[in-house]
Design a protein around this ligand. Structure first.
Ligand SMILES: *Cc1c(COP(=O)(O)O)cnc(C)c1O
Length: 225
């Protein structure tokens, strides 16, 4: 694991951005074994695991046992997996429709818990990406804020697939702008801006990310066998 190098790059990006606040770190553990995840758990500045599939996470969470680190769902959530996801994950970061929000809220109520969530926004315009379109963000925000068993912590996005740094920064800046609008509209503090992966986390830090999601840089290339 490249822990030292990652930490140094985060510190450099923070210095460049003139930031001294804390940036949280999610180890994106999709496709990784429980053994690899245990190793990541032992790195003290790793704050979360990020998994993108409910089924994979279910098997691993059982095998993992007690975890120092909360688990976040960062992949698209289908309605029929909402209950399982609500049982399994400590955070759900991929809220992308009023229907899903209502369903999760009802299930959370039945489970007697409040689920911390992020709204995922598609800021890249890429059809393959999940997340609510920016023009549908406010209606979704208004739907979520009325739901007592969901706690809205902030926003998440996945940057565009391009080498063009301006384009990537535009995407992250858009998420930051939406969060600012949402704070004004709701009075919520919405502290979490989850953006930045192995290929673009430094740009995300420059644009105000408070939670980066790193897989490849930490664990090495993924092998989808
Ligand atoms: C896989 C994934 C990541 C991590 O990607 P890397 O490029 O391996 O760092 C981050 N966020 C989401 C939503 C992902 O699906």
């Amino acid at each position: 694991m490249n822990a030292e190098e990652i930490l140094e790059r985060i510190e450099n990006a923070k210095a460049k951005a003139g930031r001294t606040d804390r940036i949280y770190f999610a180890a994106v553990s999709k496709t990784r074994t429980v053994e690899e995840m245990k190793e990541a758990e032992s790195i003290q500045w790793v704050d979360f695991f990020g998994e993108n599939r409910v089924q994979e996470a279910e098997a691993k969470r059982k095998a993992f046992g007690e975890s120092r680190i909360p688990w976040r769902l960062i992949g698209h959530l289908q309605a029929n997996k909402a209950r399982k996801a609500a049982e399994l994950f400590d955070h759900i970061d991929s809220l992308d429709s009023p229907d899903l929000a209502q369903r999760l809220n009802r299930i959370a109520g039945e489970l007697g818990k409040v689920i911390p969530v992020l709204i995922e926004v598609n800021t890249s315009g890429e059809a393959s990406k999940s997340g609510v379109d920016p023009e549908n963000f406010l209606p979704l925000l208004d739907a979520v804020r009325g739901l007592g068993n969901l706690r809205l912590d902030g926003l998440m996005t996945v940057g565009p697939i391009t080498e063009d740094e301006r384009e990537i920064r535009r995407s992250f800046a858009q998420l930051r702008g939406l969060a600012e609008n949402a704070r004004e509209r709701t009075g919520l503090s919405l502290p979490v801006l989850s953006m930045g992966m192995s290929g673009d986390f430094e740009l995300a830090i420059l644009e105000g990310s408070t939670l980066i999601r790193i897989g490849t840089l930490l664990f090495g290339p993924r092998n989808y066998a």
